[in-house]
Design a protein around this ligand. Structure first.
Ligand code: GLA
Length: 400
């Protein structure tokens, strides 16, 4: 009896030593807000406090956006004499624990950013060589989310570097969502599921709909270009480990239809929904997109299966996302003219090997809910007809 008991203890210690990330933290794609897309390096404690207040008062928190994450440039330019990270004393005069405490007092969770390299992308102290020390600092101030970038990493191996940080977080003992941000350069989808909870799949997003900007050197991607880049990645994502097509640009300058299309596609892709707009100036239209219950429920569906492109004609794409109960359909119009949809369900049996979904509308009938018009739209006995505006979507949820 005693031997069996000792064996169980030894076995669990061994498993504990090898276990990497904290399990059970992101069973649906994480939702929150991050400072980078709007504020870049111009962040401070007043912004954090105002954003936390807005997350609550705008209904974003109730819609699921609970992680408030500060991106690059929260630190002073140098570590202290003991090698500890130091929050910028001008931007954060009360220190980072006070900021974390304020965010937590609103019922939200708090996240920070650092980088696997010697310096962050904006030139602040990177974590290379300080993994365990930094993880202890994060645990001491009470962070819940760490975004870990990939600048200034010449000569290091991504899988090893991210695994080391993941183990450091685990050892520090505070459950933290670990967000890998190496832009898909090292195919993290092939190795990162035991290491982190989400991994970026591409370079940075920009608030453009469908055409790639051509800057000299570094090029951010448009929202639809990022959608194209997700091809073949859906089999790697699932509860606890998500493909991350980058943070949202809703409210950052595209048209309302484009914002709706971008948001709908992120939901169809079971993407993390990390808002990147200035919540203090959010319009009612932007708020309505980000908090749309039907769209968010498609993203947060517990089956955790990404959607796939079912058909494409004249830049009108039909996307299908299997749900725990039912299925979501999104008609995405990437063209610059309005396009009619005439979708006779009976001609479209839907099968998906990954989720084992198999729906034959000749033998089963589903009710149709039109997500953006927020209304019931009959059932699948009758063809669905509607017009999709240019750079916009029609998104449906089918249920029984
Ligand atoms: C990289 C990341 C961005 C952002 C910046 C910060 O470009 O991909 O999301 O974190 O660094 O410098």
């Amino acid at each position: 009896m005693k031997k069996v008991f000792l064996f169980i203890i030894a076995a669990s210690l061994t498993v504990g030593a090898f276990a990497q990330k904290f399990d059970g933290l992101a069973l649906t794609p994480p939702m929150g807000w991050n400072s980078w897309n709007t504020f870049a390096v111009h962040i401070d404690e007043k912004l954090v406090m105002a954003t936390a207040d807005q997350l609550v008062s705008s209904g974003m928190k109730d819609a699921g956006y609970i992680y408030l994450v500060l991106d690059d440039a929260w630190m002073a330019k140098e570590r202290d004499a003991n090698g500890n990270l130091v929050p910028d004393p001008i931007k954060f005069p009360h220190g980072m624990k006070a900021v974390a405490d304020y965010v937590h007092s609103k019922g939200l969770k708090f996240g920070l950013y650092n980088c696997a390299g010697t310096k962050t992308c904006a030139g602040y102290p990177g974590t290379r060589g300080y993994e365990y020390q930094d993880a202890r600092f994060y645990a001491s101030i009470g962070i819940d989310y760490l975004k870990f970038d990939w600048c200034n990493t010449e000569g290091i191996n991504a899988k090893e570097a991210y695994t080391t940080m993941s183990k450091a977080i685990k050892t520090a003992g505070r459950p933290v969502i670990f967000s890998l941000c190496e832009w898909g350069s090292n195919k993290p989808w092939e190795w990162a599921a035991p290491v982190g909870h989400l991994w970026r799949t591409t370079t940075d997003i920009t608030a453009r709909f469908d055409n790639v900007t051509h800057n000299k050197g570094w090029n951010p991607f448009s929202t639809m270009h990022i959608v194209d880049e997700q091809k073949d990645l859906r089999k790697y994502a699932g509860p606890g480990h998500w493909n991350d097509p980058d943070m949202l640009e809703v409210g950052n300058g595209m048209t309302q239809g484009e914002d709706r299309a971008h948001f709908s596609m992120w939901c169809m892709l079971a993407a993390p929904l990390i808002a990147g707009n200035d919540l203090r100036k959010m319009t009612p239209q932007t708020q309505a997109i980000l908090t749309n219950k039907g769209a968010v429920s498609v993203d947060q569906d517990s089956l955790g299966i990404e959607g796939y492109k079912y058909a494409e004609k004249d830049s009108l794409e039909t996307w299908v996302k299997p749900l725990k109960k039912g299925v979501a359909i999104c008609f995405l119009n990437r063209s610059s003219k309005a396009q009619p949809i005439d979708f006779n369900w009976k001609d479209h049996p839907l099968t998906d090997d990954l989720s084992k979904m198999s729906i034959d509308f000749t033998t089963s009938t589903y009710k149709v809910f039109d997500i953006w018009n927020n209304k019931e739209a009959g059932n699948t006995k009758k063809a669905f007809t509607q017009t999709v505006q240019p750079h916009d979507v029609v998104m449906l949820k089918l249920y029984q």
